[in-house]
Design a protein around this ligand. Structure first.
Ligand SMILES: [Zn+2]
Length: 356
């Protein structure tokens, strides 16, 4: 059975209770529109500021039921294996006891399994295909679909897509509050759930990777999502107003700049995750730039990687999205297999990612 919102919270509480030396519970500062607080579980024996970190998000989209369960499951697996001094295996994807120890003792994993608890509660009790959060509908808008914001269009990265992108770029984002899928919200980072993710990054400057786990394609996405990658023209980037109105078109000679070394790291880690996933039961997620799916505005992965360009004092955070499995709410037996794939991929990242 899928965990409900209360069960995710109690799982965090009990994992911390069972492993007090290895975990810390973090409470994000902003309560949701319905007054909920969903917490983070940090797994790692070293203090938050004493080791490099990876932020793992789940449940941003309400109807994607597998990712929150996957994050809770991976945290439990890791803590148990570390305590027993054993390795971890998911199909043919295996990790030695030394690798488990290295992850728990030299990396901090920030599990944030249920970013959008209002949405998950609504999806699990009232409207299974609900995607957005539960921001009340704005005045003058009626109808059930006018509630909520697509949190993965709400981050402060090229949020103003109507002027930032070419009109024909086919950005999958909407200005209409009644759009059931991709309403971007009234302002960039307007939503408490978005602000909580920003808080996690801002307050934990040792975080160097963020993975936003979604479903379902399946695919592993790395930077960028706004336009095709290019490594030769640094001035062609998301901050350049000269690209407003033309950004996002395919094969037009204009792309989003990513330094060659960063692209190499981004691709390398995405492929490492994909290899680990494939070894579980042979499913090929593949690894590609997020733009390969469709151009996005206000997405979490681009926001994470963009921060250090906008603010040189910010840590460089490699941003990824894993789209796991092939359906939003598979029968739980299949969900358990997808959970194993996600676990293997994320653990491979934790083993490989730079850390000191
Ligand atoms: Zn999603």
């Amino acid at each position: 059975m899928y965990l409900n919102v209360a069960e995710i919270e109690s799982a965090i509480t009990s994992l911390h209770g069972a492993h007090p030396e290895t975990t810390e519970i973090l409470t994000p500062p902003h309560t949701t529109h319905e007054g909920r607080t969903a917490r983070l579980l940090r797994v790692g024996t070293r203090a938050a500021d004493d080791a490099d970190g990876i932020l793992l998000l789940g449940g941003v989209h309400a109807r994607e039921w597998v990712p929150p369960d996957a994050l809770v499951s991976l945290a439990a697996d890791l803590l148990e294996a570390h305590e027993l001094g054993t390795g971890l295996g998911y199909g043919s994807s295996s990790f030695t006891a030394a690798q488990v120890a290295q992850v728990v003792e030299n990396v901090n994993l920030f599990f944030y399994p249920c970013v959008n608890p209002d949405g998950r509660a609504f999806s699990q009790t009232a409207s299974p295909m609900w995607r957005k959060n539960r921001r009340p509908a704005p005045a003058g808008h009626t109808g059930p679909s006018c509630v909520g914001v697509d949190l993965n269009r709400n981050f402060d990265f090229l949020w103003e897509f109507t002027t930032k992108f070419a009109p024909d770029a086919d950005v999958h984002t909407s200005v209409d509050p009644c759009d059931e899928q991709t309403y971007r919200g009234p302002a960039a980072a307007s939503e408490p759930e978005t602000e909580n993710v920003v808080w996690a990054l801002e307050n934990h400057p040792r975080i160097q990777c963020m993975v936003d786990v979604h479903s379902a394609v399946p695919v592993i996405l790395h930077s960028w999502g706004s336009d095709q990658n290019q490594t030769t023209t640094p001035s062609d980037n998301f901050r350049n107003p000269e690209l407003d109105g033309v950004r996002g078109r395919k094969d037009d000679g204009i792309g989003e700049f990513i330094p060659e070394q960063d692209l190499k790291i981004a691709v390398g880690l995405a492929e490492r995750m994909s290899d680990a996933v494939r070894a579980v039961r042979g499913v090929d997620y593949g690894a590609e730039p997020a733009y390969g799916l469709y151009p996005t505005s206000g997405a979490s992965d681009d926001y994470a990687y963009s921060r250090h360009f906008t603010d040189p004092a910010a840590t460089k955070v490699f941003g990824y999205t894993i789209e796991c499995g092939t359906s939003f709410q598979p029968a739980f037996g299949e969900a358990e297999q997808v959970i194993r794939e996600v676990s293997a991929g994320l653990l491979a990242l934790a083993v490989e990612a730079p850390h000191t």
